[in-house]
Design a protein around this ligand. Structure first.
Ligand code: UDP
Ligand code: MG
Length: 312
């Protein structure tokens, strides 16, 4: 059984050395236990880094027989880079594990993932059993996001990011999901093969900085929602109906006041409703725009990534 560990890297020069040491040690021990074959490999995907990441990958490839490298032409983002890696590695491996470069995900559960695969599972999710290393803010926004997603009817595994094992046939299936706007942890559960989870403690980044600052995180969440659910569009219509009812009440009240000859004090309430409804309308247009933007991006069918070089 040939295993491939797929690692997207964007400006990861401070961690790659250590990541390679740890991943190689795991591969060594699995090879020794005869759980995987010795031609298993680590595939680093350089996602258009602006530091020395690719040079480091090249030198790691020269020195370490496990290391292969894929250089993308430009930065396409974590999800697309991961897809590039999976689509490339599946030609050479029976089982693929995706993991971040920064060692936040505990590599020692790789063995457990492989064991689960051997028991017959096609997909094994790495799930964080705790979020100790996250800030209060991140913990709660993440929780709200998962809650929102499940309310919207999107199946996704709680506290699972992109650390997972997939069999080759599962990755083949993944390749059939053609959307440009990738949200892998939403797509993978749709594949439908037998799945299970292994648990680990997520630690701090080994070195370097998070490539997901708040603004990117927010965009990622919006993408995740709008790529998987049209419920927000329906919500707008419901909101419209609700306000129609309210305005009917307001009309009746206004007419009543008018015919009784009382003056409408009105200015404050007018201002409030103009502002309130105005912002609601803007939000509604924004939501619709979000989907139209998505349609626009999808119909172009641009490639998700371009490969510059493959060090095999
Ligand atoms: N990454 C990438 N392209 C990008 C941004 C990030 O390939 O444009 C990689 C990054 O190198 C890392 C993984 O995606 O291996 C996750 O990023 P990070 O650890 O910064 O995210 P966080 O764990 O903070 O959410
Ligand atoms: Mg990280």
């Amino acid at each position: 059984m040939r295993l491939s560990i797929v690692v997207p890297c964007y400006n990861e020069e401070p961690v790659l050395q250590e990541t390679t040491v740890r991943l190689s040690a795991v591969l060594d021990s699995l090879v020794e236990k005869r759980k995987i074959s010795s031609d298993s490999f680590i595939l680093y995907i350089n996602d258009g880094s602006r530091d020395m990441t690719w040079t480091i990958i090249e030198s790691l490839h020269d020195r370490n027989s496990y290391v292969k490298g894929l250089n993308l032409a430009g930065n396409v983002g974590h999800q697309n880079a991961l897809m590039a890696g999976l689509m490339t590695a599946k030609g050479y491996a029976d089982v693929l594990i995706s993991i971040d470069a920064d060692l936040q995900d505990d590599v020692s559960v790789i063995e457990e993932m492989v064991d689960r695969y051997k028991e017959g599972y096609d997909i094994v999710y790495g799930v964080r059993s705790s979020r100790d290393s996250d800030t209060f803010f991140k913990k709660n926004t993440a929780l709200a996001f998962y809650k929102l997603m499940s309310w919207l009817g999107v199946k996704s595994v709680y506290n699972h990011a992109d650390y997972r094992l997939m069999s080759r046939r599962a990755v083949e299936q993944l390749g059939n999901y053609k959307e440009r706007n990738l949200f892998l942890r939403g797509i993978v559960p749709l594949i439908g093969y037998e799945t299970t989870s292994v648990y680990y403690r997520r630690s701090e980044r080994f070195a370097g900085e998070s490539k997901y600052p708040l603004s990117k995180m927010f965009n990622f969440a919006i993408d995740g929602i709008t790529s998987f659910s049209v419920k927000p569009l329906r919500l707008i219509a419901s909101l419209g109906f609700l306000f129609l009812l309210c305005s009917l009440v307001a009309v009746v009240y206004t007419l009543y006041v008018y015919f009784n000859g009382e003056t409408v004090a009105g200015w404050a309430s007018l201002m409030l409703s103009v502002w309130f409804l105005g912002s609601l309308i803007l939000i509604a247009i924004g939501i619709v725009g979000e989907y139209i933007g998505k349609i626009y991006l999808e119909v172009k069918e641009r490639p998700r990534y371009n490969i510059e070089k493959f060090l095999n």
